[in-house]
Structures are given as C-alpha cells and as structure tokens.
Design a protein around this ligand. Structure first.
Ligand SMILES: *[C@@H]1O[C@H](CO)[C@@H](O)[C@H](O)[C@H]1NC(C)=O
Ligand SMILES: *[C@@H]1O[C@H](CO)[C@@H](O)[C@H](O)[C@H]1NC(C)=O
Ligand SMILES: *[C@@H]1O[C@H](CO)[C@@H](O)[C@H](O)[C@H]1NC(C)=O
Length: 337
C-alpha cells in the first residue's frame, strides 16, 4: 500500500512548501515596505522651530522642547495632547466657540511638579494630576458627533471652571489610556472617508497632529487689512511650527519625517471662526484672518465639495511610527505623485 502513502506525503509536501512560499513572500513584502518607508525620496524642507502641546482641548497650549509622538497624536511625558475636555452642566463639549467661553483663551497652562497648573486672571492656581485609571465617575459626551467618555476630574476643577466661566456645572473630564480613541478622518480625492482606524485620536477635532509653516503665517499677515490684528501661531494651534522653509507646498506633501518619526498626510486643515478669537484677550468680534484666508486659501476642484467655504491652512498628519521629536529637528517631506 505504498502509492497512497507517497501521495499523501506529496500532498503534505505541497502544503508545506506553499506555506513556506507564503511566509517568504509575506516576509519579503514586509521588508520591502519597511525599506520603502526608510528610503522614500525625502527632501529636507524645513526646521522645527516650536513644539506645542494642548493638554486641555480648546485652552492655550504649552511650548515644549520635545514631543513624544504616538499613534494618538502627541504627548509631553504623561501629558497627552487633547486628553482633557470641558463639558457643560448637560455634559456637552465646551470650546472657545461656545457662547461666553472665548475667555478660555486667557488661561495659562504649565507643567510643574508632574502636574498641570492652570492659572487665570483673578484666579488661584488649579493643580491637576494625570488620572491613569478609570477610578472615578465616567461622563459621556460627544465630540463632533462621536460619542466619547471621560473621567470626572473632581469638584475642585468643577468649581474652578464654573467660577471662571460663570457657568454652574462646568466639569473637566480626562481621557485615560485604558479608554478607546476615536477614529480620525481621512480624505481621499476629496471624499471624506469618515472611519479610518489607522489614526485614532482623543478629543482632537479630526487629526492628531498639525503642522504649520511660519512663512505661511507671515505671508497671511502681509495680506491682512491694515486695521486687522496680526496673527501668530496661537491663532492656528499647530503642534509643530516649522521655519526656514523651502518652497515646498505643504498641500502637496504625501509623507513627512521628523527625526526618526514617520508621518502620513491625513488632511489639509479646514479653518473656522476659532482663528478669529484674539489669543491674548479672548475677544471674537472680528472677521479676520478668516476673511482674508478665504480670498486665497479655499480648496480647489474636488476638495471644494468637502470643505466648501472653509479655507485650508496647515497640514494634519498622522504618525506611522512612534518616537520623540525635538525643536531644531529637520522636517523632510515627499511630494504626492
Ligand atoms: C480682576 O479683578 C480686578 C479687581 O477686582 C478687576 O478690575 C478686573 O476686571 C478683573 N479681571 C478679570 C479679567 O476679570
Ligand atoms: C450620553 O449617552 C446617552 C446614552 O447613550 C445619550 O443619550 C446622551 O446623548 C449622551 N450624552 C451626550 C452629552 O452625548
Ligand atoms: C512655507 O510657506 C511659504 C509661504 O507661503 C511657501 O512659499 C513655502 O513653499 C512653504 N514651505 C513649506 C515647507 O511648507
């Protein structure tokens, strides 16, 4: 009865060699992809001149000398970007756009003694510790239609923000590491593919990291009418501010690398009235710089359908790898094909 034995051996040989071939192909594809990432045709286009982290959504940021980049965006040690959020007495998200809340612009934040300290005009200092585990009341809210949770940060923070905004029941909540991130938005040829799990975000608007070119801000200031206030990066809230830029339009980036961290372009950043709030006084009675931006930064062609009359300013990027980036690092980019 040897023939059947042979044939069964042959069958298992075939199965084995197919599996091997499959594994080798897989390993090759992986190696090629990795090598491609490393050897993409990067061109040095700028230098990182400022890094900014915004621990509490919609409050001013903190300038730092380094950022820890993760797939969720950025962090400065334990302080993750947009990991705190204010909600009102009905648990609805509060931002500077919320009626009566633009004075959030006048708060100052700093990292001291492993805490986040918040100071405001005529206010004492609020000292916040990072909550690592969901050990307190969970509050549910929504950020642009996405349901999200947060841990209630306690009565002291509630009293502080309720008094500062003069709105009873204003609560601070925090995202903890054991909670799920939201999914970012990805644009492809003007189509908004809403649910892309590759770039999970916390309480960000729609993209975990934002890059802005200081020359673009200077250029904008040159176009503003004489009676409008000059803008600074604070009007646009980037995480990465770049300078010494080559002519290499951020609209046409496909990939970006800073230090050893690789990013993909996620979306151009569409702008709203937030940019018109004066970052020094919290006043929002002007139309600039939004009006001027609309005159030369509206999306063209296919993207116009998606962004309408929101001008585009800055590049939303998502991290493909994790690591630390520093002020002074070069920013390299690859053109879209
Ligand atoms: C701070 O308090 C002083 C004195 O009461 C008052 O004049 C000033 O308007 C207050 N500032 C703010 C921003 O509330
Ligand atoms: C919290 O969750 C409940 C039940 O899912 C929902 O009805 C409510 O709208 C949520 N609250 C907010 C502020 O999104
Ligand atoms: C920076 O902005 C200037 C002015 O808008 C532009 O000419 C240049 O191409 C930009 N460079 C990069 C790297 O974004």
């Amino acid at each position: 009865m040897s023939p059947p034995l042979y044939s069964s051996l042959n069958v298992s040989n075939i199965v084995l060699s197919s599996a091997l071939l499959f594994a080798i192909t897989g390993a090759l594809v992986y190696a090629v992809r990795k090598a491609t990432k490393r050897h993409r045709n990067y061109v040095k286009v700028a230098k990182v001149c400022k890094l900014i982290v915004y621990p509490i959504k919609s409050l001013p940021g903190v300038e730092v000398d380094r950022l820890d980049v993760t797939i969720h965006g950025s962090a400065y040690g334990p302080f993750r970007d947009r990991s705190w959020l204010l909600v009102d007495n009905e648990n609805r998200m509060i931002t500077q756009r919320t009626e009566g809340c633009s004075k959030l612009a006048m708060l100052t934040l700093q990292f001291r003694d492993n805490q986040l300290w918040v100071d405001g005009p005529n206010m004492t200092t609020l000292k916040l510790n990072v909550i690592n585990k969901a050990n307190n009341m969970v509050i549910n809210t929504s950020v642009f239609g996405d349901a999200v949770d947060g841990i209630y940060c306690g009565k002291e923070a509630e009293d502080y923000f309720s008094a500062y905004l003069d709105k009873e029941g204003t609560k601070l909540i925090q995202h903890t590491k054991d909670m799920c991130g939201r999914q970012g938005f990805l644009e492809v040829n003007g189509e908004r593919l809403d649910r892309v799990s590759k770039y999970p975000i916390l309480y960000h608007d729609n993209s975990g990291l934002l890059v802005i070119n200081q020359s673009s801000i200077d250029d904008l200031n040159g176009r503003l009418p004489a009676d409008a206030l000059s803008t600074t990066y604070r009007n646009f809230r980037p995480n990465i501010l770049i300078s010494e830029c080559q002519a290499f339009d951020e609209d046409n980036w496909a990939y970006v690398r800073v230090g050893c961290v690789h990013f993909s372009l996620v979306k151009p950043m569409d702008r709203c009235i937030f940019t018109t709030i004066d970052p020094n006084t919290g006043r929002k009675d002007g139309v600039e710089p939004l009006k001027t931006l609309r005159s030369y930064r509206l999306a063209s062609d296919k993207l116009r359908k998606t962004y309408g009359t929101s001008p585009l300013f800055g590049a939303g990027i998502g991290a493909e790898t994790e690591g630390q980036i520093q002020c002074g690092d070069d920013l390299l980019a690859v053109w879209k094909q």
